[in-house]
Design a protein around this ligand. Structure first.
Ligand SMILES: [Fe+2]
Length: 203
């Protein structure tokens, strides 16, 4: 069983790279599900219908973060995209949803959760720890494959969340800083972790 999370796609160059390479990686690695963080895919800020249409059929799930609403139309458009997640710990009156159970082409069901950090971030999110607890309670018995995108600035906050969820989710993978970290590991409880998986786009 392999799951692929591609870090923040930035602009047109990032989208072109993902369109060209994600299908190759999916086939080469035998991935059951391909998720991407798409919050920088529209010119570096947010996402929109056009960008999501380009990646349709290439990726199964799109996660996000603090820039999710940077393209104003997307507040109204998000409801049209059932595979797009806004951070689950944004206030509940905001549109969209923050987690879901998705199936890739081979039919394997995988839960994907999008969470936003609070340390050194200005988005006004609720506690990601309590939000994760609540989602896992709802997910109980549905699938044991659970991928968490922890979109946050501080390595300490990402590490703390991953330790907190160790043994309860498949992987906690960080996004947002655009800098990949060389700390990939599997904790004692079996949860895979990397502080940040980096970005896709031009430098
Ligand atoms: Fe971000």
């Amino acid at each position: 069983m392999r799951l692929l999370l591609i870090g923040d796609i930035v602009g047109r160059g990032g989208r072109r790279a993902v369109m060209a390479l994600a299908p190759v990686l999916r086939a080469e690695l035998g991935c059951s599900l391909v998720a991407v963080n798409g919050e920088n895919m529209a010119g570096g800020n947010g996402m929109n219908r056009k960008c999501l249409a380009e990646l349709s059929g290439v990726v199964d799930v799109v996660t996000s973060g603090d820039h999710v609403w940077d393209q104003r139309d997307f507040v109204a458009d998000v409801a049209a995209f059932s595979h797009v997640l806004r951070p689950a710990n944004l206030p509940p009156m905001q549109p969209g949803r923050g987690w879901g159970v998705f199936a890739g082409p081979d039919g394997t069901e995988v839960a994907v959760i999008s969470l936003l950090g609070r340390t050194f971030m200005a988005a006004g999110a609720d506690c990601p720890f309590r939000t994760a607890d609540a989602i896992l309670k709802e997910l109980a018995g549905r699938t044991r494959l659970i991928l968490v995108d922890m979109h946050a600035e501080a390595t300490s906050e990402k590490t703390a969340l991953a330790r907190y969820l160790d043994g309860r989710v498949t992987a906690v993978l960080g996004t947002h800083t655009h800098v990949p970290t060389a700390d990939e590991q599997i904790f004692h409880g079996g949860t895979a972790f990397q502080c940040d998986v980096g970005m896709v786009g031009a430098r």
